[in-house]
Design a protein around this ligand. Structure first.
Ligand code: XIL
Length: 356
């Protein structure tokens, strides 16, 4: 069950927030009581986790052991996307996502579902066809209902709609928008709620974490959805940032707070902090500080309940493929060794007193 867990903002934590020198202290993996991130995070009322790849869970035991040890929640980096779940119309393939969900269950981890309705990663049969509104609504409802019923009670939160707001304002052009119209978003959430009334339903996006035109647009979108009675429970902040260029954390805190005022949770859904080559010890330390700050921003906000990194180790990350000349975005290096970012996350989580 994903429930809102309220945490106290304490004086100790404020001190830690201001103590930017802490992350320079040498940390010994073995002398900090070896407490996993999942344990430290959970005692503050937050779930810590990572996006995972089911193929690697099966064939790389060190990868699997790291995720089992550090994470209390997993999500699928790719294998819960439309193209993977429904490669042909009406033919659903749950095999790989099932591997991930079973792994999570074996290790006492929750699962976040990502993602049901997105403009990207659609199968060819869906993109190349010409649809009427009624037909595409049927496709959308069937997909949402089939997937969510398959995982009912096993996936506690879903990114129902992903990246629907355009970078330039308004809604992003997509198959869904052009054929169904702007109400495709409301309808997706209604279908999702019908399919699994207990699941938490999220709108997820990037570049809308701080205070800016896009986050204003997302805010208006979800505020209006709430006003119309659409079953939405939270907003996902992707947080794909550069280690030295990210929104002011006070803006992120304010944005989380205005969503709290609407009664919405926030999950940090895809955090990674890429470094431009060459990677130096100084850049790794600055990256650690950035990890500490975003974790602290989430911990300061009672409605920020989950923090997920987009992968766990630099051995398996989308960053080098997607961002030219960038790498090393995650808390563990490509040999699965903890980086300064890992210790910074650990410090951030350890700095709060236990949730009462
Ligand atoms: C990315 C995956 O990490 C890549 O492996 C894939 O090639 C493309 O998608 N926002 C999202 C995620 O919501 O689903 C994206 O994941 C990263 C950006």
């Amino acid at each position: 069950m994903c429930t809102i867990r309220y945490r106290l903002l304490c004086a100790l934590h404020i001190v830690t927030l201001c103590c930017t020198s802490c992350y320079h202290l040498p940390r010994d993996f073995t002398t900090m009581n070896n407490t996993p991130l999942r344990t430290l995070a959970k005692r503050t009322g937050v779930q810590f986790g990572a996006a995972a790849n089911p193929h690697l869970l099966v064939r790389d035991s060190r990868y699997a052991a790291l995720l089992a040890r550090e994470c209390s929640v997993l999500t699928a980096e790719n294998h819960m996307k439309f193209r993977f779940f429904q490669p042909h119309r009406g033919v659903f393939d749950f095999s790989q996502a099932d591997v991930l969900v079973q792994f999570a269950e074996q290790h006492g981890q929750r699962v976040r579902g990502h993602t049901l309705v997105w403009h990207f990663r659609l199968p060819a049969w869906l993109e190349s066809n010409t649809w009427t509104r009624a037909e595409l609504l049927d496709v959308m409802q069937t997909h949402i209902a089939t997937v969510m019923r398959h995982y009912r009670g096993r996936v506690c939160a879903w990114d129902v709609v992903n990246e629907a707001v355009a970078d330039t304002g308004g809604l992003r052009s997509s198959l869904w928008l052009s054929v169904i119209g702007p109400d495709y978003i409301d309808l997706a959430f209604h279908y999702a709620h019908q399919a699994d009334p207990a699941a938490l339903l999220f709108y997820n996006d990037y570049d809308a974490e701080g205070l800016n035109a896009k986050s204003d647009e997302v805010y208006r979108l979800v505020r209006n959805m709430k006003a119309r009675g659409v079953p939405i429970h939270g907003v996902g902040f992707q947080c794909h940032w550069k280690f030295d260029d990210y929104p002011p954390l006070n803006d992120v805190v304010s944005n989380i707070a205005r969503l709290a005022a609407l009664g919405l949770e926030v999950h940090i859904t895809e955090l990674d902090l890429r470094i431009d080559k060459p990677v130096t010890p100084e850049k790794l330390e600055r990256q650690a500080q950035a990890y500490r700050e975003i974790a602290s921003a989430c911990l300061r906000a009672p409605n920020c309940t989950t923090l997920i990194t987009w992968g766990i180790s630099d051995a398996h990350s989308w960053v080098p493929y997607f961002f030219e000349n960038c790498t090393a975005a995650l808390p563990f290096d490509k040999h699965y060794q903890p980086k300064p970012a890992f210790y910074a996350l650990r410090d951030a989580f350890a700095s709060l007193p236990p949730h009462p």
